[in-house]
Design a protein around this ligand. Structure first.
Ligand code: DNO
Length: 403
C-alpha cells in the first residue's frame, strides 16, 4: 500500500518537508477553505500541487471534496451543487488527481465527546462517551429525543451529570462535539445545529440512502469517464446521533450503495476505526466483500469501553494495533487484494492508505496539534502498520546510494 499522510496545507503545524523523515510516500489533502457546494478552480488545485511538489510530494488523494447539505437533503440548491461537484471533479482529473474521498454523514462529520482524554500511559486519545453525548443532546441542545435514542439509564445518568457540570465543562463538551471536520465546517454553534436538524425533518434512513444513490448516479458515471475513483467514508461513529439517519455504517450499507450504482468509480474508503466501533465489523471480511471497490484505506483502531447501551457503545481511539479491529488480518487482506489487482492488470493496483488519527504522545501533548492528527502519535501508527506490511512482504530498499 502507498503510505500516505493527511496534510492540512500551509496552516498545518507539521512541515511537509519533514514528512520524508517519517517515511511518508504520498499526501492526502484538500482545499479546506472552500465551503461545500463551492467550486474548486483549476488554479487553486494547481497552487496546492505546486506546494506539494516543492516539498517533494504529489497529491495522491483528495480528502474530502465535501458533499453539501443541499445535496444530502435534496433541497433548493441541489442541482447547482451537483453541477459544481462535477466541475470540481473535471478540474481535479485535468490535474491528474484521481482519488476523491467524501462522506454522506448528515450535519456532523466525526463526533467525539473528548478530544484529549488522558490514557494510563501518559498520552491522550479521543473518546466517545454516550452519557456525555446525551448531556449535550438533551440538556445543551435541548432536543426532544425519541425513546430509542437513549435508554432510561443513559437519560438518568445524563441528567445527573449535567447538574454537576460547571459552565466551563459544558462549553468544552459543546466545542468537542461540534468540532467536526478540521477544515471547512469548522465549528458549529448550538443555533446552527438546531437549524440544520430542522432540515432533516422527514428524512428517514431509506430517503437518505436514496439521496446518496441519486447523487452517485449523477457523479459516478462522470468520474468513471474521467478515470477517477470516488470513495465514500463510513459514518463515524457507525450509529445514529441526534436522531439523524446514517446510511454508511456497515458492510451491508456499502453493498446497497455500491450495487445500486455498479461502476468501479463508485467505491469505498475503508475506515477501520469508524466501522470497527460496531461489534459486527470484520475487517478481513469487509475487504473480501468489497475489495475491488476499496480505493482508499484509513487504518486506525478503536476500543469499545464498558458501556450502558450496546447499540451505541462508548469507545476510545486505541493504538493502531491494540483496538477491537483485527488490524493485522485487515492489512493482509488489503495486500492480497493488491496482488489480485496486479494479476488482473489493474493500473490502480496500489491502495493508498494513511495512518488515521493518532494518540497524542510525548511532544504532541499540550493541545497544539489538530485533534486526531498529531505528529508523534501518527508516526507511531504508521511505523506499526509499516511493520505489519513488511512482515507480509519485505521492504525493498529504495536508496539509490546502496549497492
Ligand atoms: C476524520 C476523518 C473524516 C473524513 C471525512 C471524509 O478524521 O477521517 O473527517 O475526512 O469524513 O469525508
Amino acid at each position: 500500500m502507498k503510505q500516505c499522510w493527511r496534510w492540512f496545507g500551509q496552516e498545518d503545524p507539521i512541515k511537509l518537508t519533514d514528512l520524508h523523515q517519517v517515511g511518508v510516500e504520498g499526501i492526502v489533502t484538500a482545499l479546506h477553505s472552500i465551503a461545500p457546494g463551492d467550486p474548486w478552480a483549476m488554479e487553486q488545485i494547481v497552487d496546492r500541487q505546486s506546494l506539494l511538489s516543492a516539498g517533494g510530494y504529489q497529491w495522491d488523494v483528495v480528502e474530502s471534496l465535501p458533499v453539501s447539505e443541499a445535496i444530502k437533503t435534496q433541497t433548493e440548491q441541489m442541482s447547482d451543487h451537483i453541477a459544481t461537484y462535477k466541475s470540481s471533479l473535471r478540474a481535479l482529473a485535468a490535474a491528474n488527481i484521481k482519488t476523491v474521498c467524501y462522506n454522506f454523514m448528515p450535519i456532523l462529520d466525526w463526533t467525539r465527546t473528548s478530544l484529549r482524554s488522558l490514557q494510563p500511559h501518559g498520552g491522550a486519545a479521543m473518546l466517545f462517551n454516550l452519557v456525555d453525548f446525551a448531556v449535550f443532546d438533551l440538556h445543551i441542545l435541548k432536543r426532544i429525543a425519541v425513546s430509542d435514542d437513549y435508554s432510561m439509564e443513559v437519560r438518568d445518568a445524563a441528567l445527573e451529570r449535567f447538574s454537576q457540570m460547571s459552565d466551563h465543562e459544558k462549553t468544552l463538551l459543546q466545542k468537542n462535539i461540534t468540532a467536526g471536520l478540521p477544515g471547512a465546517n469548522d465549528s458549529w454553534s448550538v443555533a446552527d445545529v438546531r437549524r440544520l436538524l430542522e432540515t432533516y425533518r422527514g428524512i428517514t434512513v431509506d430517503r437518505l440512502r436514496a439521496n446518496l444513490i441519486d447523487f452517485l448516479s449523477e457523479v459516478a458515471p462522470l468520474a468513471q469517464r474521467l478515470g477517477m475513483r470516488l470513495c465514500c467514508h463510513p459514518d463515524d461513529p457507525p450509529f445514529s446521533l441526534l436522531g439523524l439517519p446514517r446510511v454508511m455504517s456497515s458492510s451491508a450499507d456499502y453493498s446497497a450503495v455500491l450495487d445500486a450504482v455498479d461502476l468501479a468509480a463508485n467505491g469505498a474508503t475503508l475506515c477501520t476505526g469508524s466501522l470497527g466501533v460496531s461489534t459486527a465489523f470484520d475487517g478481513p471480511a469487509f475487504v473480501k466483500t468489497h475489495g475491488p471497490r476499496i480505493h482508499f484505506a484509513h487504518l486506525r483502531n478503536t476500543k469499545r469501553l464498558v458501556h450502558t447501551q450496546p447499540d451505541k457503545p462508548d469507545f476510545f481511539e486505541a493504538a493502531h494495533l491494540e483496538g477491537d479491529t483485527d488490524m493485522v488480518g485487515t492489512v493482509q487482506a488489503l495486500m492480497a487484494e493488491q496482488d489480485k489487482r496486479k494479476a488482473d492488470g489493474r493500473a490502480d493496483w496500489q491502495i493508498p492508505m494513511r495512518p488515521d488519527h493518532g494518540q497524542e504522545l510525548l511532544g504532541d501533548l499540550g493541545g497544539h496539534s489538530t485533534p486526531g492528527y498529531p505528529l508523534i502519535g501518527r508516526m507511531r501508527g504508521l511505523a506499526e502498520l509499516r511493520g505489519v506490511m513488511a512482515a507480509y512482504r519485505p521492504v525493498r530498499i529504495k536508496d539509490k546510494r546502496s549497492i
